[in-house]
Design a protein around this ligand. Sequence first.
Ligand code: NDP
Ligand code: GDR
Length: 382
Amino acid sequence: MSKVALITGVTGQDGAYLAEYLLKKGYIVHGIKRRASLFNTDRIDHLYQDPHVENRNFILHYGDMTDSMNLTRIIQEVQPDEIYNLAAMSHVKVSFETPEYTGNADGLGALRLLEAIRLLGLTKKTRLYQASTSELYGLVQEVPQSEKTPFYPRSPYAVAKLYAYWITVNYREAYGMHASNGILFNHESPVRGETFVTRKVTRALSRIALGMQDCVFMGNLSSQRDWGHAKDYIKAMYLILQQDEPDDYVIATGITTSIRDFIKMAGEEIGLEIDFKGEGAEEVGILAGVDKARYQSKVGEMNGSLQALMGKEIIKVDPKYFRPTEVDLLIGDPSKSMTKLGWKPEYDLKALIADMMQSDIQLFKQDEYLLKGGFKTLNYFE
Ligand code: NDP
Ligand code: GDR
């Protein structure tokens, strides 16, 4: 008998990779997607199965983390062996603008799932994975951050996730549920949301390299993050639910890098040399040179627009991207997950950047073609 998994947030970065991974393992995968006025299934379209065909193993349900009745009904129908709660308003900066909604979806949303499992009498059958986050550590108490490091959340998002973390622990202790937290540090990929910093950079540098854009505005360039590849991190989610006992695990690489250095590395990947000067809101990144051979092998023939940017400011800072309270430094200690789960990441930061840059260069080459043909208007969002 195939195992049955239910993934909330299946249309997101992690949901898409996890759904594909579980399908390959022979699972029947159910996913919850939100109703939107436009299609929002780009990341999972390759997994789509015609609803009129019998014996599907990938099934989508409309739902929302703010709707208890909807979640309870879906869980009753699906009777899942495993629930992966990945749905969230996941943007830290946006959570300052939508704090109540974020608390409802990200905090109470987790409670709604746990309570549904309990009320439906599924506590012995259904295991739950809660997508917890390194944002819980917030204001630096110690580095590297481990399962024992105290939390100090610094945004409405992180405070909501703190509730979700503890309600997961509480249901485990109170009702003996197999409910676990993965405290995942930042993880990225070619399908990372466009407004998170890594993807914003790989998209902007791709457009700059192709002569489609002159400059990009960024926020705090000095914060440091422990970045891994989403493909590696979803495997840890799966492993956490396969353990005999529920528990909480840090998933990280143990290496931290500043936003500034990430930009430099992403530039180097395609042959762009970027030098930074100045401080704070006055800091700029200048296109100091182009390694022509590397550019040619990664991007193609160099065009005049890029030549014209030589010596110019291609990175600028706009304080509108600063956060009211920032998380300055994250470095995770993954020793527990490595020892107990046998988890080990395959991608390092260089390989992650190569994957993202290659994908975005390809994406904007297609855009360039469509723009030239008059089939598209230039339209990008930060
Ligand atoms: P994404 O933002 O890419 O995906 C979030 C998913 O949640 C989307 O499918 C989104 O739907 C869905 N969603 C948002 N609000 C609701 C709602 N009210 N009801 C139902 N679904 C909703 O996030 P990631 O894939 O990057 O992250 C997955 C989870 O892991 C999130 O909970 C995030 O907070 C957490 N996390 C992420 C880390 C990272 O570095 N990526 C690190 C640590 C934790 P739609 O597509 O319609 O917007
Ligand atoms: P984060 O990711 O807040 O760590 O949350 P994000 O990529 O948004 O920011 C990382 C750091 O980069 C700085 N920064 C900018 N950020 C954005 N988005 N845009 C900019 O222009 C910019 N310039 C500098 C930020 O200030 C910050 O310090 C992510 C999300 O996936 C969460 O859901 C998840 O829980 C955590 O990672 C772990």
